[in-house]
Ligand binder design. Structure first.
Ligand code: NAP
Length: 248
């Protein structure tokens, strides 16, 4: 039977690049998305073009009951789970901490952190060898922001990614004996749509001089690290971080 992975936020950017690379490596892929049905359908078509099975499922992973429904629909479509990529994430408009509203903080922490908890809980239930599962791999999308703090722009987002780092370390230790590895990838400045949501679509080109390699990264370069962590080649790697940030 083919191995199956679920990617949250698989319709665009890093998630979409991961879906395509995983398909090339032989995985069937479930693509979760929030509202861009057309983009999700394109990723499904690209995966099928590689000869693998793909299904897109709409669900807001920042909401616990939506995640329950997502995994029920996933079970019906695939019947087994080998890997989860907690990729869905958001930024809001650049501002200083003193200007951040409670509503914004709730949205940023729900979409980046709570989503990762909700989906990981469902995935561990299905993959744990203690529950009759086959084991598996969870890859969390953190960010270099967890190390830099993103001052004057998105300290909320950076702190949420700091929580993802700590979650990765803790869950990795909890489920290691259940055949599940948990790791994180920390991208730097990557050319995707996420920067437009922060109010600056061309942000990567503005800040790329800060990168030792003097350039931004591409979603496919992040996907390479994610798919390696999903694979058996990373069989003794857990609780680890791969920075994909041009040396930053
Ligand atoms: P992106 O291009 O903005 O794409 C975001 C994806 O997440 C879309 O597929 C979107 O779905 C989905 N999404 C957003 N909120 C969701 C929700 N509540 N429920 C379900 N899906 C949701 O983002 P990206 O740049 O590829 O980022 C992917 C991950 O990498 C994020 O965790 C981000 O924080 C992290 N990261 C990115 C960078 C960077 O420079 N790009 C750097 C460091 C870390 P729709 O298409 O339906 O809207």
């Amino acid at each position: 039977m083919n191995k199956v992975i679920l990617i949250t936020g698989g319709s665009r950017g890093i998630g979409a690049a991961t879906a395509l690379l995983a398909a090339k490596k032989g995985y069937d892929v479930c693509i979760n998305y929030l509202r861009n049905e057309a983009a999700a359908a394109q990723v499904v078509a690209a995966v099928k073009n590689e000869g693998r099975n793909a299904v897109a499922i709409q669900a807001d992973v920042s909401n616990a009951s939506e995640v329950t429904r997502l995994f029920k629909e996933f079970d019906k479509a695939f019947g087994r789970l080998d890997g989860l990529v907690n990729n869905a994430g958001i930024l809001e408009t650049q501002m200083k901490v003193l200007e951040m509203s409670p509503g914004r903080l709730e949205r940023v922490f729900s979409a980046n952190v709570f989503s990762t908890f909700y989906c990981s809980i469902e995935a561990v239930r299905r993959m744990s060898t203690h529950n009759g599962g086959n084991g598996g791999s969870i890859v969390n999308l953190s960010s270099v922001a967890s190390r830099t703090g993103s001052p004057n722009e998105y300290v909320d987002y950076a702190a949420a990614k700091g929580a993802i780092d700590t979650f990765t370390i803790g869950l990795a230790k909890e489920v290691a004996v259940e055949g599940i590895r948990v790791n994180a990838v920390r991208p730097g400045f990557i050319y995707t749509d996420i920067h437009a949501s922060g109010g600056e679509p061309n942000r990567v080109d503005r800040v790329k001089e800060m990168v030792p390699m003097k350039r931004g990264g591409y979603p496919e370069e992040v996907a390479g690290a994610i798919v390696w962590l999903l694979s058996g080649e990373a069989s003794f790697t857990s609780g680890a971080f791969i920075d994909v940030a041009g040396g930053r």
